[in-house]
Design a binder for this molecule. Structure first.
Ligand SMILES: Cc1cc2nc3c(=O)[nH]c(=O)nc-3n(C[C@H](O)[C@H](O)[C@H](O)COP(=O)(O)OP(=O)(O)OC[C@H]3O[C@@H](n4cnc5c(N)ncnc54)[C@H](O)[C@@H]3O)c2cc1C
Length: 397
């Protein structure tokens, strides 16, 4: 295994850097730095810039309008863009539904939906989770009953990220109650503008509302919106989840967060000296940095194995746990470094209020980010469940 980039990969990395220099709007990176939530327009602007370059769907094959990148190129792109503070590509259409349609969708579905993901016509959201069906997804109850050439859908989804912006939702629905729960699930594409669809915001700890409940009351969905075969949705759902967990380590995000933490710890003072020189605090920063370096190497090992054609197994669970714990620790240390000025989440200052922040400007967003990132260890499969996967598959417990 070779963890060094080849010359071709270094050239690609330079190309990504040059592209970011030229095309990444400062307005968008600035929003991230200041902790301002990105709007729909912000996301769409970045998607359009990437799409123009042919880089919105890096992993899609070229025949579907993608860049056809291998695992290492995808890794380089993710690393460079996240470290630079670029907005993350909204994953629901590009990274989740796209691969499912390419593998299991009909030709008509591929021809219709894939170009609309790329050009931004459609904004997709993910309708998997329900109250009572999160980790135990197979117990989902939202029901779709066949009525001629339609399904009639009734039920409730929850935690639907950015569903307030979406015009389409891909849903897991129950089409049979016979046999094992996994055998009665279908994968359905639902137009959010259909009568009977209602989106209700859920306000999070940081005061934002990026997740929602989605309710379905007698929603009529044409049968041609079924992906693959009826009652085979569990297979497609699991295939999608393997794509959901890409870039799960978030090394670029952690690098950017650590650099920010060090900047703050150099500016803040403790006992008359820069906080970064305080042995106790410096040791805590060093510990998280060492963890991050070890995880980045593990990540490269997994990327290198993937490039050689090996699908990651329990390694993706390891990366999910370590990546999220490290990012949460960085948020925690950042708040500790700022002290009392990090206590309130100053949403007015984050949004650009004339009065500015109370205390240093980096204090205004520290609590918001800390609270928002509590989610990291829950979504994409909670860390407790990932630990169970590792215990079963690697430790054979
Ligand atoms: C911010 C955010 C955004 C999300 N976005 C989406 C989205 O867009 N679309 C979507 O469909 N879903 C989304 N989710 C849902 C997410 O996938 C679920 O929250 C997650 O699967 C956990 O399910 P749950 O919340 O129902 O918790 P539960 O499954 O009820 O778990 C509660 C606790 O019990 C633990 N637990 C459960 N089972 C086990 C077990 N077998 N062994 C050990 N511990 C266990 C869990 O780890 C957790 O700590 C999002 C969640 C969050 C927080």
């Amino acid at each position: 295994m070779n963890l060094d980039y080849t010359d071709a990969q270094k050239t690609f990395r330079d190309e990504v850097r040059a592209f970011l220099d030229a095309k990444l709007p400062e307005r968008l990176t600035d929003a991230g730095r200041k902790g301002r939530a990105l709007t729909k327009d912000d996301h769409e602007e970045w998607h359009a810039i990437l799409n123009e370059k042919g880089w919105l769907a890096g992993s899609w094959p070229e025949e579907f309008g993608g860049a056809g990148w291998d695992a290492v190129q995808r890794h380089i792109f993710e690393d460079e863009t996240t470290a630079r503070g670029a907005p993350r590509i909204v994953p629901f259409g590009v990274a989740m539904l796209g691969p499912v349609l390419m593998k299991f969708g009909s030709k008509a579905q591929q021809d219709h939906y894939l170009p609309r993901i790329l050009d931004g016509t459609d904004w997709w959201c993910q309708g998997y989770s329900e109250p009572g069906a999160g980790s135990d997804l197979a117990s989902l109850r939202t029901e779709a009953v066949r009525d001629g050439d339609h399904y009639i859908v009734n039920g409730q989804k929850t935690w639907t990220t950015l569903g307030q912006y979406a015009n389409w939702i891909f849903c897991l629905v129950r089409t049979s109650k016979e046999g094992k729960p996994q055998k009665g699930i279908s994968f359905l594409l639902i137009d959010m503008n259909s009568p009977g669809v209602e989106v209700r915001p859920i306000v999070l700890l940081d005061g934002t509302a990026e997740v929602n409940e989605v309710w379905f009351s007698d929603v009529r969905v044409p049968v041609e919106n079924l992906v693959g075969e009826e009652n085979k949705g569990w297979t497609y759902a699991k295939y999608l989840l393997t794509h959901e967990r890409t870039n799960i380590a978030g090394v670029g995000f952690a690098n950017a967060g650590l650099a920010n933490l060090k900047r703050i710890a150099r500016a803040e003072r403790a006992g008359g000296r820069p906080l970064i020189e305080n042995p106790h605090f410096a040791a805590r920063v060093a510990r998280v940095e060492i963890d991050l370096m070890a995880m980045a190497t593990t990540n490269l090992r997994v990327v290198s194995a993937a490039a050689a054609g090996n699908a990651p197994g329990a390694e993706s669970s390891m990366l999910k746990i370590k990546g999220t714990v490290i990012r949460q620790e960085i948020n925690h240390l950042t708040r500790s470094a700022i002290g009392p000025y990090a206590m309130p989440f100053q949403s007015e200052a984050v949004e650009g209020d004339n009065a500015g922040a109370i205390g240093p400007d980096y204090g205004a967003r520290a609590s918001g980010q800390y609270f928002n990132n509590r989610k990291l260890s829950i979504y994409g499969g909670s860390n407790e469940v990932q630990r169970t996967i590792i215990a079963k598959s690697m430790l054979e417990l």
